[in-house]
Design a protein around this ligand. Structure first.
Ligand code: DQA
Length: 152
């Protein structure tokens, strides 16, 4: 199984960026923790962070051919990007949405996620742990899908 992790705009600044909201863990640390969990679960990971919406969309298009699912923190694009949602729907792979903070308890404009209604699950509010919980959930979803295809 292979999973793509997609980090959206400004997540490259984690560790310094509004630490009272997002914590002090850097993106490199999060990716390291995800890599360790993936190894333990026997899953391959690939990771992209971009501040550009079009680059994220292009990546989803081309990665879909080789991955079984997407773990996505679309950051600010969560609340605005129909195009990113369309890309995820177009490639027809399960995706799990994650957030470090709990957007539901923040400004009103963060309370709506365009991605959530079609996500297989959403994990938010647990800092870096949201990614780890999200990866576990996504791996389970992909495994269950594989079983169903084999008629198990
Ligand atoms: C975020 C929440 C978003 O509202 C925000 O724009 C981000 C980070 C999170 O992980 O908590 O950039 O996705």
């Amino acid at each position: 199984m292979r999973i793509a992790v997609v980090h959206g705009p400004n997540l490259d600044l984690l560790g310094h960026r509004e630490p009272s909201i997002y914590g002090r863990t850097s993106l490199a640390d999060i990716n390291g923790q995800l890599g360790e969990l993936a190894t333990a679960l026997g899953v391959e990971l690939e990771v992209l962070q971009s501040n550009a919406e079009g680059d994220l969309i292009d990546y989803i298009h081309e990665a879909a051919a080789r991955v079984d699912g997407f773990l996505v923190n679309a950051a600010g694009l969560t609340h605005t990007s129909v195009a990113l949602l369309d890309a995820l729907l177009a490639v027809d792979r399960p995706y799990v949405e994650v957030h470090l903070s709990n957007p539901a308890g923040r400004e009103r404009f963060r309370r709506r996620s365009l991605l959530a209604p079609r996500a297989r699950g959403v994990v938010q509010g647990f800092g870096a742990e949201s990614y780890l919980l999200g990866l576990r959930g996504l791996v389970r979803v992909v495994c269950e899908g594989a079983h169903e295809q084999r008629g198990a």
